[in-house]
Design a protein around this ligand. Structure first.
Ligand code: DC
Length: 233
């Protein structure tokens, strides 16, 4: 069966990673969470004192950017690919609200994007990748055979994220989750470097009122149209 790359873009917390993981599992592809890479850089700047009074010390970040090492490793216990920063598993740390609040300091920096986009492109050269993010169908894999663009109403996304954080024992309130999502929507769509836009050839899925099964069926339908019926490997 022909192997392809699948690009999934969309707003924060609209189920991109759930869908990407389902597709990767079904197709025996590799799932790559590009947002985790931006989160890892955000964690780096927090931990290394490169945020002063809520502002990024860009000069110092650019000085060390080449030496920051970000990668993914399969974890045998969680059975998932987890994010590593400079030799340390940071999967749990990058999911917290502090990183969510700081990630839009680093994601608009063109040099950060150039570094991460280069890594992401390299991960897709062999095909068989499902990658989610904001600029995957437009910048990272402009030639991806399947591009999905996902949306959902902000209140629905905030409630899903709130429940997910609560479920993991994180202390949060719904209002601040919604505010964070709305601010990130604004930052993601308005930034100059690689903003979130729908690629002209992307298939849009608004999942506000869809179950994850329904969404998966729609997405798989798009994949099947491109590569034919998926047979069990
Ligand atoms: O998907 P996420 O919420 O984990 O992404 C974290 C942040 O990284 C988000 O605010 C936008 C940014 N991001 C980006 O700019 N480009 C990507 N390809 C993926 C994420």
């Amino acid at each position: 069966m022909r192997r392809i790359n699948i690009a999934i873009d969309g707003f924060s917390s609209c189920g991109k990673s759930t869908l990407a993981k389902q597709l990767a599992h079904h197709l025996h592809y590799t799932y790559i969470d590009s947002g985790a890479m931006y989160r890892a850089i955000a964690l780096y700047v927090i931990e290394n004192g490169l945020v002063i009074d809520g502002k990024l010390d860009k000069v110092d970040l650019l000085r060390v950017l080449d030496q920051i090492h970000i990668g993914f490793k399969h974890d045998d216990v969680s059975q998932r690919s987890e994010t590593w920063l400079d030799g340390r598993n940071v999967e749990h740390k990058i999911r917290g609200m502090e990183v969510s609040r700081h990630v839009t300091l680093v994601s608009p920096v063109p040099e950060v994007r150039a570094k991460l986009v280069q890594l992401q492109k390299a991960l897709g050269t062999e095909k068989g990748v499902v990658m989610d993010g904001r600029d995957i169908g437009t910048v990272v894999f402009p030639d991806a055979e399947v591009k999905l663009y996902m949306t959902a109403r902000p209140e629905i996304r905030a409630m899903r994220r709130y429940q997910e954080l609560k479920g993991r024992g994180v202390e949060v309130d719904y209002a601040s989750v919604l505010e964070n999502i709305e601010r990130r929507d604004e930052d993601d769509t308005k930034r100059a470097a690689d903003p979130l836009i729908k690629a002209p050839d992307a298939f849009e899925i608004d999942n506000s009122d869809l179950s994850s099964h329904e969404q998966f069926d729609i997405a798989l339908g798009v994949v099947v149209k491109t590569i034919g019926v998926v047979t069990e490997a």
